[in-house]
Write a protein that binds this ligand. Structure first.
Ligand SMILES: [Zn+2]
Length: 330
């Protein structure tokens, strides 16, 4: 889940407007993409780096936060373009030291939406690009849904405008876990939408899907907690409970070791050094964040930066974000 209910550009409205105007319109996008890719390759030849993309849902139906779902055709176009200009690698491969040169990239998906299996997997196979899917295990085989998605469903039923949804989301992010639970319970009463209806509206991966993903040989499964809390608000013991809960559920079902983890929300305010230490002690050796940055051979595997991709993104805007990430310090 992203750090705010925004489309990709809301944090930088002017930049977003400019990007969309100048880069988002075919065929200007590809014309801009080529020189940026050339620049990235020249920089990569001088000092190798990799970037990690963070997707969520790949779907033509946006059932989650506005802007979070990337359309299948857009995803496929991005995959094909990136794979023909840079070297796709697994998350493990990307973090495994000094191997590789130039510009490499890895694909990740957060939360565990079912379309990662039904829509993304066939495209990943067709283009032969590996990926990691980070799963919120409380949603697997149950009616539980990530609280942000549930909030969006209630907001739709209550006909909130986007501004109201954004306000309530930010308030819920600041609230304690107990306050947030009470808030969501109140919304259930107000909207009258049942857990069963919400679960039907937001398809998440089931265990069979996860087996298929693991057996595909092209997708690895990682952990993303049990309930998608904001880890910075939890005690170390509760962080460990969430981390081990998701890790052990996946390992018991899939029969393989799960050693990568994505921090829910993943921005600077969503975790602390203590969080990362609890995750390390829980057995994770690759921990993905949503911080801006690229991965160098010497980078810390315990706070891997990622570039978020959203509904409005084009290849050109993704490359622009990577270029910006190159100047970030993580
Ligand atoms: Zn998430």
């Amino acid at each position: 889940m992203a750090s705010a209910p925004t489309n990709s550009y809301e944090a930088h409205p002017l930049t977003g407007k400019l990007l969309k105007t100048f880069f988002g319109v075919y065929p200007i996008g590809p014309l801009v993409s080529m020189p940026i890719a050339g620049l990235l390759r020249r920089l990569g030849a001088r000092l190798p780096f990799a970037f990690v993309l963070r997707y969520h849902s790949i779907s033509d139906n946006a059932y989650s936060l506005p802007g979070l779902a990337v359309r299948a055709a857009a995803f496929e176009a991005q995959l094909r373009w990136l794979a023909s200009h840079f070297q796709p690698v697994t998350l493990d491969g990307l973090c495994s030291g000094t191997s590789g040169s130039g510009v490499r990239f890895a694909i990740t998906f957060d939360d565990g939406y079912r379309d990662n299996y039904s829509t993304a997997l066939p495209l990943l196979k067709a283009v032969n690009v590996p990926a990691t899917v980070f799963v919120t295990t409380g949603c697997v085989g149950s009616e539980m849904r990530i609280w942000v998605d549930e909030l969006v469903e209630h907001a739709r039923a209550l006909r909130w405008k986007f501004g109201r949804l954004r306000r309530e989301f930010l308030q819920a992010m600041r609230a304690t876990p107990q306050e947030r639970t009470a808030f969501i319970s109140g919304l259930r009463l107000a909207s009258g939408v049942t857990g069963k209806e919400i679960a039907a509206n937001i398809p998440m991966l089931g265990w069979d899907d996860l087996h298929q993903l693991e057996q595909s040989g092209i997708v690895r499964v990682g952990a993303h907690t049990v309930t998608h809390p904001r880890l910075s608000q939890l005690t170390p013991a509760d962080v460990t409970r969430e981390a081990l809960g998701s890790k052990h559920a996946l390992e018991a079902e899939l029969g393989s070791t799960v050693s990568s983890f994505a921090i829910p929300f993943g921005a600077a305010a969503d975790f602390t050094p203590s969080t990362v230490e609890s995750l390390r002690q829980s057995g994770f050796d690759i921990i993905c964040s949503s911080l801006s940055g690229v991965v160098r051979p010497s980078s810390d595997r315990l706070v891997v930066p990622r570039v978020g991709v959203y509904a409005d993104d084009t290849v050109a805007s993704i490359l622009t974000k990577v270029l910006r990430a190159l100047s970030s310090r993580v």
